[in-house]
Write a new protein. Sequence first.
Lengths: 70, 184
Amino acid sequence: MKKEKEKGRPMNVESRGRAGEMRKKRSTDGSVERAIGSRLRAYYDEVAREPVPDRFVELLKKLDDESTKH
Amino acid sequence: MKVAKEFREGLLAAIPSLRAFAFSLIGRGDRADDLVQETLMKAWAHHASFQPGTNLRAWLYTILRNEFYSQMRKKGREIEDVDGAYSRNVGVHPDQPGHLDMADMHAALAQLPADQREALLLVAASGFSYEEAATICDVAMGTIKSRVNRARNRLGEILKVAGESEFGPDPTAEAAIARAATRK
């Protein structure tokens, strides 16, 4: 539980704990958040899982080579 | 002044995540990778201002985001153009597995205002805390929270309307989405 909170995914405990209170009625409940969250992460990971393109490896190498010359 | 090995390695390790964020801001393609390239160069040039031991990824995201919006301003583009560009650049390869899911999600995200989409992706996809996301976007934490909540609500509605039950989550979550959508 605590780990999730640290990562910024709210548990919405307030909405569950107050039966009959209307205050949180517009927010999603936990299972919807999880469903959306896992799909968002899958969407994000499609790119994040790709190997690092050569252009960046080369760039870092070039920058590093240049910095050691001075 | 030689750049520390840890810093270099940190940059390399952050690239996949930065690419995903750049993609989420401008859409797929060379322009996203160009933005990442500029970010890396800026980060390198300013390495002395980064405090080792602090959150490198958040620092890099901030640079990337600032660079993106600064470029938009220079070109005289409004935020609406960001949304337009995002909508046009689906960039999903048909032969990728689950490509319909990707296109669905991309199209759904395109319907969110840029600031909500960005807040949602930072918190729910990149794994930043609300506090970190607030620092990256240079707004109050409460602002991030409300953007994320609005984005989540809206996305839930969009995905349900788009018939997400075809490729979407399990029946339990489906029922929950149905309940949430009717619970105005």
